[in-house]
Design a binder for this molecule. Structure first.
Ligand SMILES: NC(=O)C1=CN([C@@H]2O[C@H](COP(=O)(O)OP(=O)(O)OC[C@H]3O[C@@H](n4cnc5c(N)ncnc54)[C@H](OP(=O)(O)O)[C@@H]3O)[C@@H](O)[C@H]2O)C=CC1
Ligand SMILES: CC(=O)C(=O)O
Ligand SMILES: [Mg+2]
Length: 545
């Protein structure tokens, strides 16, 4: 058993979830650390403790109850929490993450028991350094930060959105093997425009409307500067910001800080992985795809930009690549004559006639791929899917919006409305579908395959920056781990039962790229997988000295 030096004793040791082992403290530890009398007599193994957790979970009747129970476990015994979750990722990822986390966020202020992470409010602007200094002096390597501006497809839910950084960082460990002591979830509270939230008597955030963009960005500047001073090796992970802020803040910091935006870059990575494998199924090439995006926000733009980069890698000019992409938002097609577009949307506004009708736009443009990043559940109606199937022998349809009720169409709808011809994936894991005797296995096109692996690579290499090319590498790494057996059933992504192993393989590839790009000052390892494995967290109790 590996050793760990601890300073705490007695109750303090038991009440710190990162040191607590409960009934698994050994006799020697009980004697040495003043634990006798504080723990029942039995000396248990972690396996027995897992058995007890599973038994308690079997008495819960809904996923939100299981979420609350597991959150309580994390607050009590971190090692046991990760041991349970990592023992069966297929069962537990949908509980601690998407889709249950969507419900947990909407109820965040109501189900809250113990606070987790750091909350910095714009009301305390000017004193961020002081507030951040209250967090224990730890080697923080990653901060996942949101302002709750666009949580999944749920819109602005203010401080209730803190559930997302907490959940994303749990996946860093459970799916990517990044040690939990390096992780800090953080909420930048600049208010909310959501009236229902503002008038909820139990709401835990700042009760005021969001400020103008300039005021918000000055607040974020102060935050980024403070983090760089206090945690010089920290990578900032931006998550679920309002679309235009997400894109603009990434542009603002990407060249001067180690940071990335998961909705923009991580989502693009998983969509590219899906596309690589969809093209294997239809035996096509990316150059021949005409890609239609329903949604032109942070995820849509991130995907479009990464596809363009990949097409440029394949020899197309940037303009030729951009011409293969059509975008459609709440107001309709992105066309040159529109005056309401953001700078980052303009490259995708073509010289076309405007329309606000999705079906009409799809009929006119006859795309080969349709990607939903609109936040709008059921946007892909039967007619939309049938039109895609009428123009394409194998239409590619990705319904990426989360959680489940926000998916643009379900797996069953996509397969049945296309007579089983759609190559389909969604942001959530839909169950398999049997149609006319054939079984289809929809994959989960979720950035969960990308951000834990990229984070692990950044952690192991101490990378200084996080360029888009790392996400292209991650996409290739994920795509190549999907066997022919899965592709034959229409599944574009690797099995989540092996998520840690998959992330390690992906991280090995990404870390090699980090060294090639000169983004790490460490000595490159001979064996990248072994290098990643050495950095991987194991949910095992250490022996305390
Ligand atoms: N599967 C995954 O891994 C991921 C999934 N997502 C999901 O993608 C969705 C979008 O995220 P994100 O891009 O960050 O959000 P944004 O708010 O930045 O963008 C949403 C976009 O959808 C457009 N839109 C709204 N209503 C419609 C409509 N009826 N028809 C067409 N477009 C519409 C908006 O237009 P306008 O600006 O005009 O309102 C905007 O362009 C979310 O539901 C999120 O859960 C995000 C990241 C990862
Ligand atoms: C998965 C994710 O990041 C989102 O839906 O925003
Ligand atoms: Mg997100």
């Amino acid at each position: 058993m590996d050793h760990r030096k601890v300073d705490a004793t007695g109750i303090e040791l038991l009440h710190d979830p990162s040191t607590n082992k409960g009934t698994a403290f050994t006799e020697a530890e009980r004697n040495k650390f003043g634990l006798n009398g504080l723990i029942p007599y039995a000396l248990e193994t972690i396996e027995t403790q897992v058995e007890r957790v599973m038994m308690q979970l079997s008495h819960k009747h809904s996923d939100i109850d299981r979420f609350v129970y597991l959150t309580g476990l994390l607050d009590t015994n971190e090692t046991l929490f990760y041991r349970v979750v990592m023992s069966d990722p297929v069962r537990f990822l949908p509980i601690i993450y998407d889709p249950t986390i969507g419900e947990a966020c909407t109820k965040f202020s109501h189900i809250m028991r113990r606070v987790r992470g750091v909350y910095l409010s714009i009301a305390q602007k000017g004193s961020i350094a002081d507030s951040l200094s209250h967090w224990p002096d730890r080697d923080i390597r990653f901060i996942c930060v949101t302002n709750g501006g666009r949580i999944l497809g749920l819109g602005d839910i203010g401080a209730n959105g803190m559930g997302i950084p907490i959940g994303k960082l749990q996946l860093y460990t459970a799916a990517g093997g990044v040690p939990p002591e390096h992780l800090l979830p953080l909420f930048l509270d600049a208010g909310t425009d959501n009236e229902q939230v503002l008038t909820d008597p139990l709401y835990v955030g700042l009760r005021r409307k969001r400020p103008d963009t300039e005021t918000l960005y000055r607040f974020v500047d102060e935050f980024v500067d403070t983090v760089q001073q206090r945690y010089p090796h920290c990578c900032l992970h931006f998550e679920d910001w309002t679309g235009s802020d997400a894109v603009h803040l990434l542009q603002r910091y990407r060249d001067r800080a180690c940071c990335y935006n998961d909705d923009i870059q991580g989502t693009a990575g998983i969509a590219l992985a899906g596309m690589i494998n969809a093209l294997k199924i239809k035996q096509g090439s990316l150059k021949d795809e005409k890609i239609f995006f329903a949604g032109a926000g942070s995820a849509g733009i991130g995907l479009a930009d990464l596809f363009v980069s990949e097409l440029v890698n394949e020899g197309l000019s940037r303009e030729e690549a951009q011409a293969r992409i059509i975008m459609f938002d709440e107001k309709g097609l992105l066309v040159k004559s529109r005056e309401d577009l953001f700078d980052f949307q303009r490259p995708y506004a073509h010289d076309q006639s405007p329309t606000s009708q999705l079906l009409e736009a799809i009929k006119t443009h006859k795309p080969t791929t349709l990607i939903g990043v609109s936040t709008v559940g059921q946007l892909f109606t039967q007619e939309v899917v049938e039109t895609m199937a009428a123009h394409n022998p194998r239409p590619i349809i990705f319904a990426l919006s989360n959680p489940t009720e926000h998916a643009e169409c379900s797996a069953e709808q996509a397969y049945s409305w296309s007579q089983g011809r759609a190559i389909y994936a969604a942001g959530v894991q839909f169950p398999k579908v049997t149609l006319h005797g054939k079984t289809y296995l929809p994959g989960q096109a979720n950035n969960l395959y990308i951000f834990p692996a990229v984070a692990m690579a950044i952690n192991a290499t101490s990378a200084k920056r996080v360029p888009d090319s790392l996400f292209i590498e991650a996409a290739r790494g994920v795509a190549e781990q999907v066997g022919q057996d899965l592709l034959q059933q229409g599944c574009l992504f690797p099995p989540q039962s092996k998520i840690l192993e998959i992330s390690q393989n992906t991280a090995a590839k990404v870390s090699k790229k980090i060294f090639e790009l000169g983004l790490s000052t460490l000595e490159p390892p001979k064996d990248f997988l072994e290098f990643i494995e050495k950095h991987t967290y194991k949910a095992e109790y250490l022996s305390y000295i």
